[in-house]
Design a binder for this molecule. Structure first.
Ligand code: GDP
Length: 532
């Protein structure tokens, strides 16, 4: 247990909670997230051969029609979780889609992690998507560990990379390791805390060495200028302050590791860094109080729904993050949104290649719960206590389209299908109050392709998208119910209901939105809705 642990050692659950690390990897496409994921899983013995994560995904794709989009475009559409054990710790790695059109999915996944690994391509530095995802992490106070990847290639100067992180992200950096040599001459890394050198392409253990040991460096890296290398190491050690756990946990500082995922180099140090410094499952804010991870009673929230890969069975897996208590298979829990109780008969853990029934699980764990539509994104499950977790958000769509159905006989079927798919988080569906055809909203255009593909493959519905006269959607509310009713009545042709029946105002343009807002000062227009 490390010094900043909020968990009382006296709790019977403390031991299990303390050994969990639930994290995601954030990066720009091509920085090496998939490769790093494979190598991390290797440490847990979860897979025998690197390359299997992708190979597995390819096999899985052939099983379902709608996934053909992913296959064709070579992108990863679905988010999943991978659990592995290493060094007595349980790591839950939540995968996120690489393509930015599915960023909503990624944002929701980030509500379920306690820390993140930011992967940076040494040749490219901070890229657009890294930055965006970093900002989401910062909003949620998620501590970040940095992995500078592709050190085996010619990259940018490491000092310059750290400087870029500090400047563009306003985040202090502390190198935990430092590259010895660059590009083709990259020989290994120096670990400042452990005072040893780890060499690329050598299986032996790290070599103990002082940072200023010129002769030692000359011995292990004969191609390098040993004196200059020793001087650089000493300089870095002096210039970069000590790692401060509290500053890291509060999101002001990132520890930095250098490595090469493809050579499986530096990955062990990164994993050790996660184990030593990343927080165990943290407290979670709920509607009425803060829930502590070591409390006895189970609580969890759903952050992701995945349709069964088999289009003939409309069952779904809801991914729930446990926030407290202990899950025992077969137990009954209360679904707060409906007040009904349900049995967790077949909760599942996911590994790189397999899934297995979860007989028991603890805070930080993510379990898949098979269901036939009972569970939605944002749902809270409890052991009979009335608390609701906040903060699995919906984002105002950036693209709105009308859904046209050539076969009018299938209108009811379309309505149900859109409801299903909206509950899964594939798109947002809005039902205009004036009875005009349904509107769907997405953050990224590829979501529309997924919707069209799935409507056809799973529901036998052929649809067309048409442009909508509306450009923006905002959730509306007011302090005073009468003000809201008045606004809704006055703007009847611009109001729709979202999935939960909450009113949404549709604006034709940013100007239209501003103008109507000025006319109705009592109305709040929100572009993010926290699902309750
Ligand atoms: P993702 O898009 O972030 O998941 O990136 P991938 O893991 O698919 O990697 C993108 C490309 O970079 C692939 O061709 C990888 O083989 C390559 N790559 C990943 N890690 C390294 C590395 O450490 N060194 C080098 N030279 N290439 C790497």
């Amino acid at each position: 247990m490390n010094d900043l642990s909020p968990h009382p050692a006296t709790s019977p659950l403390a031991h299990e909670v303390e050994r969990r690390r639930t994290f995601a990897i954030i990066s720009h496409p091509d920085a090496g997230k998939t490769t790093l994921t494979e190598k991390l899983l290797l440490f847990g013995g979860a897979i025998q051969l690197a390359g299997q994560v992708k190979a597995k995904a390819d096999r899985r794709n052939t099983r379902s029609d709608w996934m053909s989009i992913e296959r064709e475009r070579g992108i990863s559409v679905v988010t999943s979780v991978m659990t592995f054990e290493h060094g007595g710790l349980v790591f839950n790695l939540l995968d996120t889609p690489g393509h930015e059109d599915f960023s909503e999915d990624t944002y929701r996944t980030l509500t379920a992690v306690d820390s993140a690994v930011m992967v940076i391509d040494a040749a490219k530095g901070i890229e657009a998507r890294t930055r965006k995802l970093f900002e989401v992490c910062r909003l949620r106070d998620i501590p970040i560990i940095t992995f500078i990847n592709k050190m085996d290639r010619e990259g940018r100067d490491p000092f310059e990379l750290l400087d870029e992180i500090e400047k563009t992200l306003a985040l202090a950096t502390v190198p935990m390791t430092w590259p010895i040599g660059r590009g083709r001459d990259f020989a290994g890394t120096y670990d400042f805390a452990a005072r040893h050198v780890r060499l690329v392409d050598r299986d032996e253990d790290a070599v103990p060495m002082a940072a200023d040991d010129v002769a030692g460096i000359a011995r292990i890296a004969p191609r390098l200028d040993a004196a200059a290398t020793a001087e650089e190491l000493s300089l870095v050690q002096e210039a970069c302050g000590d790692f401060n756990l509290r500053a890291f946990r509060e999101g002001h500082l990132t520890p930095v590791f250098f490595g090469s995922a493809i050579k499986n180099f530096g990955v062990g140090d990164l994993l050790k860094g996660l184990g030593d410094h990343a927080p165990a499952p943290r407290d979670q804010a709920a509607s009425s109080r803060v829930v502590h991870a070591t409390e006895d009673r189970l609580s969890a929230f759903v952050f992701k729904i995945q349709a069964n890969m088999d289009p003939n069975h409309r069952d779904r897996i809801a991914f729930a993050r446990l926030c407290s208590g202990k899950l025992t298979r077969g137990m009954r829990v209360k679904l707060m949104r409906t007040g009904k109780s349900m049995s967790l008969n077949a909760p599942q853990f996911f590994f790189a290649q397999d899934r297995a029934l979860a007989e028991e699980a603890y805070a930080g764990d993510v379990v898949g719960i098979p269901n036939h539509g009972a569970l939605r994104i944002g749902d809270t499950l409890t052991e009979n206590e009335d608390i609701t977790f906040l903060g699995v958000p919906s984002f105002a769509p950036e693209i709105l389209r009308r859904v046209r159905l050539p076969d009018a006989m299938k209108a009811k079927k379309l309505k149900d299908a859109l409801q299903d798919l909206a509950e899964e988080g594939v798109v947002q569906s809005f039902r205009p109050r004036d009875g005009s055809p349904a509107l769907v909203g997405v953050v990224g255009a590829l979501q529309l392709d997924v919707l069209q593909n799935r409507l056809e493959a799973e529901y036998g519905l052929e649809i067309r998208f048409e442009p909508s006269e509306f450009a923006l959607a905002r959730w509306i509310s007011a302090e005073n119910r009468a003000d809201l009713d008045k606004f809704v009545a006055a703007n009847a042709f611009s109001i729709a209901d979202d999935l939960d029946g909450d009113p949404v105002f549709m604006a034709k343009s940013a100007f239209d939105l501003r103008y109507r807002g000025e006319q109705a000062p009592a109305i709040r227009f929100a572009d993010i809705k926290d699902v309750k």
